[in-house]
Design a protein around this ligand. Structure first.
Ligand SMILES: [Zn+2]
Length: 339
């Protein structure tokens, strides 16, 4: 075995050990009620008493310091998925008892499970730790099972992108991590990682032009019920719901909080066969218009009979986006609960 492969295995085993110690898998798989399908890396750092501070860093994504006491800095200038990867990388340096490290965005450009000969082994370990800590194999399989994605579905950019949103991992790290678990081939991972997320978002949105392409595009389904989705203030939600239009039942977006979402598209999809009177598929694209923690609620009812609700679709969303300067939201919660 090469030194690099050895380092990768050591780091992945360490990430698994830390998850076991904290019973993270149990908590996700046996969630009652609101399911959080992501590894709460900031919460783990608070739990380990490893200080984590967000700052608008120049030229750096993050840093690990060991003197006088261990501590981590992470930039405020990147999206949440990059902040999570950087924090997990620094957590790897801490957990594997590494020397202090200043990390720039080369940690995003390289594949976390392949290193060139001149890469520092400490960095190889921290990358492999981060990727497998945020997306362990069981979590990838958990989301696949929940959404009905099978192995032949995985080499598709839209599926990998949707998986990365549910797991809170970056799209390219998700590609490489799936390849590491042999869920996709290495050549598929390379092909997928070369596709820009912007192109994937365009493909999902079709005619809808978002206000900005830095928002994510969630394709929602029945499988998302009961899960809390963590996203950003400009994210778009594409809902496709079967509608009993023939019997007069129509979906409508309930405005729980006025002006929280803008409906960007609302159409009935045309199916091949003409089945007048049968169910049709209604496609609604809603865009968040601000930072918020809220609920998307839709009901299917006869417009002239408000009490005739035969179906509803409710989803909790946390659209706070990136962490801002100071402690993480998880740490502030943790301190409040401990006080
Ligand atoms: Zn590093």
């Amino acid at each position: 075995m090469t030194a690099i492969e050895n380092a990768i295995r050591k780091a992945m085993a360490a990430a698994g050990r830390l998850q076991n110690d904290l019973a993270i898998r149990d908590r996700i798989e046996r969630a009652n009620g609101a399911l959080n399908g992501q590894i709460d890396v900031f919460g783990v750092m608070a739990h380990l008493n490893l200080p984590l501070i967000f700052r608008p860093l120049e030229g750096l994504l993050g840093a690990f310091m060991s003197e006088p006491v261990p501590g981590v800095l992470v930039t405020t200038k990147r999206p949440l998925s990059v902040q999570r990867f950087t924090a997990a990388h620094e957590l790897g340096h801490f957990y594997l008892k590494h020397r202090p490290s200043l990390d720039d965005d080369s940690i995003l450009r390289r594949s976390p499970f392949a290193a060139s000969k001149n890469t520092n082994l400490q960095e190889v370990e921290a990358d492999a730790f981060a990727a497998s800590f945020l997306l362990p194999q069981w979590l990838a399989l958990f989301h696949c099972k929940r959404h009905g994605w099978t192995k032949p579905d995985l080499p598709h950019p839209r599926i990998v992108y949707q998986l990365s949103l549910r797991a809170g991992t970056s799209y390219s790290a998700t590609c490489w991590t799936l390849a590491r678990y042999n869920l996709i081939s290495r050549s598929d991972a390379k092909r997928l990682a070369d596709i820009e997320p912007k192109r994937i978002k365009k493909g999902i949105l079709g005619d809808v032009e978002p206000t900005a392409y830095y928002g994510d595009v969630w394709e929602l389904s029945e499988a998302d019920r009961g899960e809390v989705l963590h996203g950003g203030p400009n994210d778009l939600f594409v809902m496709r719901l079967e509608e009993n239009a023939g019997a007069g039942y129509l979906w409508r977006v309930d405005e729980l909080t006025p002006d929280a979402f803008a409906v960007r598209e609302d159409v009935r999809e045309v199916t091949g066969e003409e089945n007048a009177g049968g169910p049709v598929v209604r496609r609604i694209v809603a865009q968040s218009v601000r930072q918020q923690q809220g609920t998307i609620r839709m009901t299917e009812a006869r417009p002239w009979q408000p009490g005739s609700v035969i179906n509803d679709y409710t989803l909790d969303v946390d659209l706070n986006g990136p962490e801002v300067a100071g402690w993480s939201r998880a740490e502030r919660r943790f301190r409040l609960e401990a006080a």
